[in-house]
Design a protein around this ligand. Structure first.
Ligand SMILES: *Cc1c(COP(=O)(O)O)cnc(C)c1O
Length: 392
C-alpha cells in the first residue's frame, strides 16, 4: 500500500523533520534502486533469457502493489507468486503480464479462478494434470500450465527420471497447454557447485529427451537468484529472480557479481530517554543490568514489527551515523539502546535498524547471520503494522 510519497530524505537524520514522517517506525523502499537492480540483472542475463520477477509473499515483504509494476516497467517480462490468491491480487491491481503460480493448487475451485484471472499454475504430477483436464472438460478455453520437474530439491514436482512420460501425458490431455517446464535448485547458494551441477545434468538430460520426442516446451527455466548470479549457462529461457531484485546477494561469494543495492530500509523513532543508576535492570527478565549510570533510549519498534526477539543483545542500530548497542530483551513494540556516549539525545530522533546512516550500514544479512537465519526470512518477517514509504 502506498501511504505517502514524502520528499526524498537524503539521510536518516533528515527524517526527524516531523513534517516528513510522523510514524513511530516505518520501512522506506527505494524503487529507483529496484529499477537499478533489474537493469544490472538484465545486462547479466544470457542473450534471449527473460527476467521473471518473483514477487511472492508480498514481494518478500516489500509490498507487491508497488514492486510488481515497477519491476515490469524496469524490464521484467513476467511475475511469479506462491499462491493463486497472490496472483489474483496482482490482476486486481491491473497487471496484465504473465503470472506463474509456483505453489501447488489444492482445490478444484481454484482451477476456475486460474482461468478467470489468466494465471498459470504449476502442475507437479500426472494425477493433478488429469484433475485439471477433467475439471476443464466442459469449457472451451485452454489453460496454460507449467510442469515442475524435481531434479534434486525433493520438494514439488515429478522426478526427473519420469519427466518425459509426465510431459508426454500432459501434452495429450485436452484443455491444457504446456507453457513451460521448470526445475528448482537446492544448493545454488553454496560455494561448492557440485550438487547444482548434478541437478543441471539431470535437467539437460530431460531437455535432450524432450527434444528427441519432439516435445519442445516454449519456456525452460531452472535458475533462482543464486544460480542466475553464479552461472550463465543456467539461464535458459528465463531466470526466476527473487532475492537479487531486492538488492541482496544470496551468498557472500556471489556479492561481487553485480552491484546490487538493497531497496529496503527500516527506521524507528526514539520515544523516550532516561538515565538509570548503576545496578538497574532493563526490560523483561532484567537480562541487562547496568554497571554504571546508563543513558537509555527507548525505540518504538519491536518483534511484532518484525525485529526478531532472538536479536536481543546481538542487535546494533545506527544513530547519528554511529553503531549503537541494544540492551535488554527486545519487546513486542519497543526496544532499548545505550546512548550514554551521545550528547542531548531527544525523543523524535530517528534510528536506522536496517539500511544506511552516514558511512555505516546494516543489512538483512547481518541480522540473519546473528540469529542463524537467512536474509529471505528477515525480509518477509516485517509486518503490515509498519507503513511502507516508497520513493522513486
Ligand atoms: C522463491 C522461488 C524462487 C526465487 O528464489 P530466490 O532465491 O529468492 O531468487 C525461484 N523459484 C522458485 C520455485 C521459488 O520458489
Amino acid at each position: 500500500m502506498v501511504l505517502s510519497r514524502p520528499p526524498r530524505p537524503r539521510s536518516a537524520r533528515q527524517c526527524a523533520d516531523p513534517t516528513v514522517l510522523e510514524q513511530r517506525a516505518w520501512i522506506e523502499i527505494d524503487l529507483a534502486a529496484l529499477t537499478h537492480n533489474i537493469g544490472q540483472l538484465k545486462n547479466w542475463l544470457a542473450p534471449g533469457c527473460k527476467l521473471m520477477a518473483v514477487v511472492k509473499a508480498d514481494a518478500y515483504g516489500h509490498g507487491v502493489s508497488a514492486i510488481a509494476p515497477t519491476a515490469l516497467a524496469a524490464g521484467a517480462s513476467s511475475l511469479a507468486v506462491a499462491t493463486s490468491q497472490e496472483g489474483i491480487e496482482l490482476r486486481q491491481l491491473g497487471i496484465t503480464a504473465p503470472i506463474l503460480v509456483l505453489g501447488a493448487v489444492n482445490q478444484a475451485a481454484e482451477i476456475e479462478q486460474l482461468l478467470t484471472f489468466d494465471l498459470q499454475p504449476t502442475l507437479c504430477t500426472p494425477q493433478q494434470a488429469l484433475i485439471f483436464s477433467e475439471t476443464l472438460s466442459c469449457r472451451s478455453q485452454t489453460l496454460g500450465v507449467q510442469l515442475n520437474i524435481d531434479t534434486g530439491m525433493s520438494r514439488l514436482g515429478t522426478d526427473w527420471q519420469s519427466a518425459l512420460s509426465f510431459v508426454q501425458f500432459v501434452d495429450q490431455l485436452p484443455h491444457l497447454h504446456i507453457a513451460g517446464v521448470y526445475s528448482h535448485f537446492a544448493t545454488a547458494d553454496e560455494p561448492d557447485p557440485h550438487f547444482m551441477k548434478v541437478q543441471h545434468d539431470r535437467f539437460k538430460q530431460m531437455v535432450t529427451q524432450l527434444r528427441a520426442a519432439n516435445l519442445c516446451p516454449p519456456c525452460l527455466h531452472i535458475a533462482n537468484s543464486a544460480a542466475t548470479l553464479s552461472d550463465r549457462t543456467l539461464h535458459y529461457d528465463q531466470a526466476r529472480v527473487g532475492l537479487a531484485l531486492y538488492g541482496l546477494a544470496p551468498a557472500p561469494h556471489l556479492r561481487d557479481r553485480l552491484s546490487l543495492r538493497p531497496i529496503l530500509q527500516v527506521r524507528a523513532r526514539i520515544t523516550q530517554v532516561k538515565t538509570i543508576a548503576p545496578g538497574t535492570g532493563v526490560s523483561y527478565g532484567h537480562k541487562f543490568v547496568s554497571d554504571r549510570p546508563v543513558k537509555v533510549a527507548v525505540v518504538g519498534i519491536g518483534y511484532a514489527d518484525g525485529v526478531p526477539r532472538l536479536l536481543t543483545h546481538k542487535l546494533k542500530v545506527l544513530l547519528r551515523g554511529q553503531k549503537i548497542t541494544q540492551i535488554g530483551a527486545i519487546t513486542m513494540d519497543q526496544l532499548m539502546i545505550d546512548v550514554s556516549h551521545l550528547e542531548n539525545v531527544q525523543p523524535g530522533e530517528v534510528v536506522t535498524l536496517l539500511g544506511q546512516d552516514g558511512e555505516q550500514s546494516i543489512g538483512a544479512d547481518d541480522w540473519a547471520e546473528a540469529i542463524g537465519s537467512i536474509s529471505w526470512e528477515i525480509l518477509c518477517s516485517f509486518k503490515q503494522r509498519l507503513p511502507r514509504i516508497y520513493r522513486s
